[in-house]
Design a protein around this ligand. Sequence first.
Ligand code: SAH
Length: 374
Amino acid sequence: MPKPIPGELTFVAPRGAKPPRHLADLTAAERREAVVELGEKPFRADQLSRQYFSRLAAAPDEWTDIPAASRTKLAEGLLPELMSVVRNVSCDDDATRKTLWKLFDGVLVESVLMRYPDRVTMCISSQAGCGMNCPFCATGQAGLTRNLSTAEIVEQIAAGMRSIKNGEFGADASGEAGAVRLSNVVFMGMGEPLANYKRVIAAIRRLTDPAPGGFGLSQRGITVSTVGLVPAINRLADEEMSVRLAVSLHAPDDELRDTLVPVNTRWRVAEVLDAAWAYAERSGRRISIEYALIKDINDQAWRADLLGRLLKNHRAHVNLIPLNPTPGSKWTASRPEDEREFVRQLKLHGVPVTVRDTRGQEIDGACGQLAAAG
Ligand code: SAH
């Protein structure tokens, strides 16, 4: 993949060979049809779904409620292996684990599991690479390889849940490692989720549909992060879901945002925020405004003041992210005193603000560092 030229945007992913069809690609009705096509009774679709989504049993020999002869047929027809682990890397005392996956066509993507005292969050990828070309983001600098299928997105979470279930992640020897259930999913890995809209929405349905149709996660525990594709934000509002929307703003003024988030040349700050407020209204959820603090670029007190003016009296929360280093970038994180002043300015406007931890930084697993280099 050649490095994109500055400002270049890629909305439509190149087409390649399609990943094999998988149970998680299909709705409940489609699963029944698929099972019948394989020569099985329709109710086997529910049995298989229960094994995959509720019991996390990917291996056919665990499906004791299904006759052995049917197991092989169903496994081959509906549960092909979509991805394999190239490697896992951990840090933060094993509370953060990044996995590099190889997909059926050799394409590489990454996901990150993070354990906190009260929850386990998984950060997943929606595309291999990204077409949005933000200059401070390692994924953006690599360009867009392809969209992930619904099942390739869902499988990342299924794999995370299986790891937790098998005791490979989520508990330490003392048993004091905190939460052991995966409850939160953030679309903050590789890719622009709203540029792979249909598959991402279908994946959210699989994550949140009750068993046996899906994993039964709460929509409130899911965050979709976007550079600000306004028509897609409006579409998302029409889905009537209660997933959280995060907007990667990074600058309150169009002049600077045009350079940091090139899609701003299509949809301006004011348009993006209007769409976000409409989403907040429909979903009942506060918008998370993502702002990577970059030294001497977007961290001035006047920009914090301007941001505060834009956000005050709206349903928003600012997540400041100290810039994580990426290869070849000349930018670094803000000085501590500038970060403090930025926070202070926002608070003067009554805007809630938190500074995100730099989880996974030492394994290149933090925000904007996912590059999936083999
Ligand atoms: N494409 C979506 C999903 C990726 S989320 C989006 O941009 O929202 C990844 C988040 O990390 C985004 O807010 C992104 O802007 C931010 N990010 C990217 N590079 C970063 C870096 N080097 N340091 C800190 N945050 C970064």
